[in-house]
Ligand binder design. Sequence first.
Ligand code: PLP
Length: 393
Amino acid sequence: MTVFAAVRLAPRDPILGMTEAFNADIRPDKVNLGVGVYLDASARVPILECVRAASDRLAAELKPCSYLPIDGLPSYDRAVKELVFGPESALRERAVTVQGLGGTGALRIGAEFLRGLNPDARVLISDPSWENHLALFSRSGFQVSSYRYYKPGVGLDFAGMLDDLRAAAQSTIVVLHACCHNPTGYDLSAEQWAQVAEVVRERELVPFLDMAYQGFGAGIEADGRAVAEFSQRDVPLLVANSFSKSMSLYGERVGGLTVLGKDADEAARLASQLKVCVRTLYSNPPTHGASIAAMVLTDPGLRQLWESELSGMRDRIKLMRQALAARLQGLSRDFSFVTAQVGMFSYTGLSLEQMGELREKWAVYGLDSGRICVAAINDQNVDRVAQAIAKVL
Ligand SMILES: Cc1ncc(COP(=O)(O)O)c(C=O)c1O
């Protein structure tokens, strides 16, 4: 018996399994709404013009590919910090940003750092949440449980959320979706964020904001309102951000972890520890994607282009929400919530059986939880999606 004989087969990733089933489906009018990717009106992953221009410039002035610093490309880290707090914010002086391998990598560095700091802290994630939150924080050695977030038939369960946060022990790490909640599409209002931040401050919890979709909800600044609510209250704060969606740079793995300390001295100590985490995980991050993102964020022309392309993606999602909701009007169930939800996803409220029927009978693929990716709907498939939903009701 070798040491590997005891290795058990891990369960397959549910989304990957669904994608395989979708690829194997030979029905010509199949629709994949299970993905976590923004597709354009022609059902393609877009190449943003700002990214194309930055890529071309980088190719024209190709530099030797040496190692980056442990914490990443300095111009990228600076630009991310400005994006997170705003370009003029004094908070930048007491915050540290390290480049991460996408939003996931940034969350993982944060988890690693927090675990070193307080191995007994518990982690609270929303119920439901992006499925990797549970896996990632458990894998990092934490006990993970959840706070109420969504009530079937109602939507956001804000009272339940506040009660659960109030009941949390001091130093509990609270993972919050800064905007475009995945999977439900229900976000907090500015007033609700203020209340959450107040409870977090009073109870001395540790907020960890997952901002994987900044710009996809209401705009770059508006989507950052959660960050503002916490940072105003001088609580220790972690923010994981990503350009996977907002620059359509999925495979480049471009994200960042920003940690806000009490003052510049604390920030320097935080930076040193975050570097230890990165050094022992993968030494230093890759160059290409971060160079593109840094150029797009800092070159005024490219920045303007990015913001307009980002608002184009945001507007297309909103249009598709309206188109779907309009086609679902008059059914036995009210689907007007589709336009109230924000971001790439909609929790449809359809059951496991109904989602199965959508797949089997109508070749419309969503997740078993009822989540569909609205960002994968277009003028060509919206009728089909609406008809299929009407049939399974
Ligand atoms: C809530 C949430 N956090 C983090 C991520 C990870 O993003 P990335 O692909 O940049 O690692 C995702 C991606 O789907 C997400 O939905």
